[in-house]
Ligand binder design. Structure first.
Ligand code: EPU
Length: 418
């Protein structure tokens, strides 16, 4: 197990370049299952989650190379349709091989992903959607077995208790591209990552209308072709660097990002007194001197992203006054709170809301990353704390931030891995 050792108190300064989006890249990689042609993807971040999915696709029978941010995927004739526990267990997003395998090969066997560090992560919407398309689903010794005599288009509302599902929408959208007739998905997720997938599928020959909206109309086609495509910048990494720069009181230019994809977080910060300017694919963070408390409720896009909730809680420790952060997607995504309290943060939790009383300095100590975003939030806490912070279990952070400590060091942070 590795850890980060962080010497707090440095104001970050300089320029940082955002990598390709992890959560967009994962479904784009699995879309390669839908074609026998070659798929070439650019701007793929080198992350452990990406490596796990590549390993899974190789196990399914694809030939893959990954060099300097470009992944090339070939093959498909000798495919296996089983996604085993040892890989799905490492990354629950592996469930998005289910829709494409079923659409292309009429069957799939995928290990059930189970829960995660921030509560239950059901897949009922994925299964409901596939059943609507004519799949027969059974459960066998911890696996989902799906088969069909040929998927057929249908209409469905894909909404759960907490709204739309990102990977659920991806799974059904991919399955519907090769189903017979028209599929209409109401309640589709509108996250930029889903839009990116839809756009790539269209480039492969799919017929999808309503891209970027909550109603998708997909007319099935006989086959999809290979393609070449560039993944969008990572909006969660962008939000993480925005929060890091402002929390340390630094001046940072973020490049190769899409400011539109972080519009809601930027709006909240500007209203709270942060000086921020945007231009095309750049964000300039100029001052957080007058940052006041803020109020956030996480919601599906274009609302405030749940993946930035923990990250903004650290920023709230720095803002003047009491901020409130309410989780509208994963009510229990607060595992990092006791760790921040150990660093001296003043946080109270009531059900799915935390109130952060900001203004005081945090103190460095040993803390543990429980998941990816919680881990990143502890790194930011370490950067603004007095003394040294030791963030343990940083394998979680490697799942989703490309070259995190290198990028932070480039901005003047004192952080090293041990
Ligand atoms: N849900 C259901 N049934 C389902 C699927 C989801 O009830 O079948 C519920 C979930 O429990 C949750 C809500 O619907 O309350 C939304 O979950 P969603 O399905 O959208 O999550 P996901 O697609 O599994 C992706 C991201 C997550 C991100 C969420 C929400 C990927 C690989 N993962 O997960 O990212 O938090 O959308 O935006 O795209 C991360 O990157 O750290 C991360 C966890």
């Amino acid at each position: 197990m590795s850890k980060f050792i962080i010497e707090g108190g440095k104001k970050l300064k300089g320029e940082v370049e955002i990598s390709g989006s992890k959560n967009a890249a994962l479904p784009l990689l699995t879309a390669s299952i839908l074609t026998d042609g070659e798929v070439v993807l650019h701007n793929i971040p080198d992350l452990s989650d990406i490596r796990v999915l590549i390993e899974l696709l190789e196990k399914l029978g694809k030939n893959i190379t990954f060099e300097k941010g470009t992944v090339s995927i070939k093959g498909g004739d000798k495919i296996s349709t089983e996604a085993p526990y040892d890989l799905v267990n490492k990354m629950r997003a592996s469930i998005i091989v289910l829709g494409p395998l079923l659409a292309k090969y009429n069957k799939a066997r995928v290990s059930l992903p189970g829960g995660c560090a921030f509560g239950p992560r059901p897949i009922d919407l994925h299964l409901k959607g596939l059943e609507k398309l004519g799949a027969k689903i059974t459960f066998d010794h911890g696996y989902v077995d799906a088969d069909t005599k040929g998927l057929k288009g249908n209409s469905m509302v894909l909404l759960g208790k907490f709204g739309s599902s990102v990977l659920g929408t991806d799974n059904i959208m991919m399955a519907a591209t090769l189903a017979e007739g028209e599929t209409v998905i109401q309640g589709a997720a509108c996250e930029p990552e889903c839009t990116d997938l839809a756009q790539m599928l269209v480039k492969m020959g799919a017929d999808i209308k309503g891209i970027g909206t909550s109603t998708l109309k997909i007319r099935g086609v006989g086959r999809l072709n290979g393609t070449e495509y560039k993944v969008i910048p990572d909006r969660i990494e962008t939000g993480t660097f925005i929060s890091t720069a402002l929390a340390t009181g630094g001046e940072v230019n973020i490049t190769n990002c899409n400011p539109w994809h972080v519009q809601k977080p930027l709006e909240i910060l500007k209203e709270s007194g942060a000086e921020i300017h945007t231009e095309d694919n750049k964000i300039y963070l100029e001052s957080s001197e007058n940052l006041r408390s803020f109020s956030i409720k996480t919601r599906p896009y274009p609302g405030f992203p749940t993946d930035l909730q923990a990250i903004f809680a650290v920023l709230a420790c720095r803002a003047k006054g009491s901020s409130s952060l309410t989780e509208g997607i994963y009510p229990d995504r607060f595992g990092y709170v006791p760790e921040l309290i150990r660093m001296g943060a003043k946080i109270e939790r009531e059900e799915s809301t935390i109130v952060v009383c900001g203004g005081d300095r945090l103190n460095g100590t040993d803390v543990k990353a429980l998941d990816l975003r919680a881990g990143a939030s502890l790194v930011i806490a370490g950067l603004i704390a007095e003394g040294n912070t030791y963030v343990h279990n940083i394998e979680h952070i490697d799942r989703g931030y490309e070259g995190f400590e290198k990028k932070l060091r480039g901005l003047g942070a004192e952080i090293r891995r041990e």
